[in-house]
Design a protein around this ligand. Structure first.
Ligand code: GLA
Length: 393
């Protein structure tokens, strides 16, 4: 969270919606996942952390039931208006369907907005980058409503409401990782979350002077959402095959040995590959956290690299852009580990790089990427931040 940016968004709010009244300011982070990809809807473990980039939000109650939205990022769209009686998905409303979905989900839980709101948001997360700009908007919306109307939801509940709205209002069958990482974020810590039980533990990110570098491929996810739902369905089919013999509720309950002993039950070879990734990735995540706790960064990095290979070869969600970034990263000096992060199909990679080598890393990987793909990648050396906050001036 950057106070100067917050102040600028507040100024913008006054310019667009007028001054006066009780104007309140908020921030919710984005997230990066260090390891545990496509495991959250398979009852496995994930290891994400909240970033200091995210979504700035400014809001004020209205005297009527209108809800008016304005995004600084999409300023050409101007003010988008709906009302508290009309919390339904409307394709032409674009990004507004994310906050609207959260309002709808809260309304479904009996928490009605007593009046309308003016809301302005500004995101510093590159849009469509796989750093959860949508989950960040969902969580900040829940946080704003909670504060404005004293709804009393815990941050964990805000995460679940965000996921519920994304599944049922916006039609993406995402797991809980993104919303949870954002709502429960803690400075300098990653969150080791068991998505089957929602038990979690904070793990201090002791990187011995190394930095987390995010490389954005600038390839938008595009068809990603439908491919995402397809991967999820393939895992469910594989699970159903395994359940003919095994008494399990999710792929995340299997260790590698049990999976290998029973893999013959999975009829479709593609579904087998998907399930293999889900099982092995979950075990890798458990091992990676253990390694981090033991200050064994080298093992942590190797597991990150293996995660990418599995996402590339078995889960098939990387694509040439993310592969180009990661494969170049692996050859650079000072790189402890590198992999794609988030849903895939475009978006970002995450690398852990020794501080002294970061500059050269950015230059070399940037050059290789441009040569191979034809356009440039963007790099961010990121810090691990807290969950959502209300910002007082
Ligand atoms: C997206 C989803 C998450 C998770 C990741 C893949 O970010 O929103 O729930 O499934 O993809 O790990």
């Amino acid at each position: 969270m950057n106070r100067e940016k917050m102040a600028l968004v507040r100024q913008n709010f006054v310019r667009v919606f007028g001054d006066g009244g009780d104007i309140r300011c908020y921030f919710a982070p984005g997230r990066v996942n260090l390891i545990g990809e496509h495991t959250d809807y398979n009852g496995g473990h994930v290891f994400p952390c909240a970033l200091t980039i995210g979504t700035y939000g400014v809001a004020r109650k209205r005297n009527d039931n209108k809800i008016r939205f304005y995004s600084v990022n999409f300023n050409k769209l101007g003010v988008i208006e709906t009302n508290t009686q009309n919390l339904v998905y409307q394709k032409n409303l674009g990004w507004v369907n994310y906050p609207l979905g959260v309002m709808w989900a809260m309304d479904e839980r009996g928490k009605k907005m007593e009046c309308g709101l003016d809301i302005m948001v500004f995101g510093t997360i590159p849009n469509g980058s796989g750093l959860s700009s949508s989950a960040s908007i969902e969580v900040i919306t829940g946080f704003i409503l909670n504060d404005m109307f004293n709804f009393g939801f815990s941050n964990q509940e805000l995460a679940l409401i965000g996921q519920y709205s994304e599944n049922n209002f916006n039609g993406v069958n995402c797991g809980i990782m993104d919303q949870f990482a954002i709502a429960m974020g803690k400075k300098n810590n990653a969150i080791f979350l068991d998505t089957a039980t929602l038990e979690y533990e904070y793990a201090p990110l002791k990187l011995a002077g190394a930095k987390i570098v995010i490389a954005c491929s600038n390839k938008k996810r595009g068809l990603g959402d439908s491919k995402y739902n397809e991967r999820r369905a393939q895992c469910e089919e594989a699970l159903a095959d395994l359940q003919k013999k095994l008494d399990i509720k999710a792929l995340g309950e299997l260790d590698e040995e049990t999976f290998e002993e029973n893999k013959g039950l999975i009829k479709d070879p593609i579904n087998y590959q998907r399930a293999k990734h889900a099982v092995y990735e979950n075990q890798r995540t458990i091992k990676a956290v253990e390694a981090l706790k033991n200050n064994d960064l080298e093992t942590f990095g190797k597991l990150m690299n293996e995660s990418h290979v599995s996402l590339r070869d078995d889960y098939e969600v990387t694509g040439k852009e993310l592969d180009a970034l990661v494969e170049s990263s692996w050859t650079q000096r000072g790189v402890i580990g590198s992999r794609m992060t988030g849903a895939g199909f475009g978006g970002c990679t995450v690398s852990i790089v020794n501080e002294d080598d970061v500059e050269l890393f950015v230059e070399r990987v940037g050059r290789d990427y441009k040569e191979k793909i034809g356009y440039k990648a963007d790099f961010y050396v990121v810090d691990i931040g807290d969950g959502p906050v209300k910002v007082n001036f």
